[in-house]
Ligand binder design. Structure first.
Ligand code: FNR
Length: 190
């Protein structure tokens, strides 16, 4: 690995200020191994996908996110489960980014974690997101999977993780993600 830190983009599936997924993403950033740095990208200004708008070119917010993902060494998604599946806002963002032969998720290392106030921690949505990323030819890390159930009991009012097991799971996933990014690079170079 070079001395330049791995540039990791975080995409949170929830926009609300007290989002547990955002807390989980921040936790991931804080437990990443040395040599990785997380920046959470803001996608609040992305409009609803409209083929007529697309035909006129990518909206500035979409174009900026597309470039941000393209230059990243990896992407970490932290998303909630809405009605057993992917929240519309983040699916809309992925749909925008998916357009064109040069879509930025192709061969991009991706890690997924989900947090929910329910006991299953988003167990159902992860596989829907994996399916979408499969079509986009993303290099999605398989294991360890991270499901943060009953998230309201694992973070305090300041958004800090208070649960050592959660911290360890997320840390282990980020270590695996660093190894996975290196492995994907070796595969692409071969
Ligand atoms: C939910 N929630 C939810 N939880 C879950 O475990 N399975 C589900 O299918 C759903 N469905 C659902 C639909 C909608 C429209 C909302 C708003 C919420 C609850 C959800 O997991 C909880 O609100 C999380 O706290 C949302 O994530 P953030 O905002 O905390 O990151």
């Amino acid at each position: 690995m070079s001395n330049t830190p791995l540039d990791i983009v975080g995409l949170c599936g929830s926009l609300r200020s007290a989002s547990y997924n955002r807390m989980a993403l921040e936790l991931a950033g804080s437990v990443m191994p040395a040599g990785m740095a997380l920046e959470i990208a803001d996608w609040r200004d992305v409009p609803v996908l409209d083929g007529d708008v697309l035909a006129q070119g990518l909206p500035p917010a979409v174009a900026a996110l597309r470039e941000r993902v393209r230059r990243a060494d990896g992407v970490v998604f932290a998303i909630p489960e809405y009605n057993y599946s992917i929240p519309g806002g983040i699916k809309n963002l992925i749909d925008w980014l998916s357009r064109g032969d040069d879509q930025p998720f192709a061969n991009k290392p991706v890690a997924i974690l989900t947090a929910s106030q329910g006991p299953l921690g988003g167990a159902r949505v992860q596989y829907d997101l994996r399916k979408v990323l499969l079509f986009m030819n993303a290099a999605t890390l398989v294991k360890p999977e991270v499901f943060i159930g009953s998230a309201q009991t694992k973070f305090d009012a300041q958004g800090r993780c208070t649960d050592e097991t959660t911290r360890k799971f997320v840390g282990a996933q980020m270590e695996a993600f660093a190894r996975w990014i290196a492995a994907v690079r070796r595969m692409q170079a071969a």
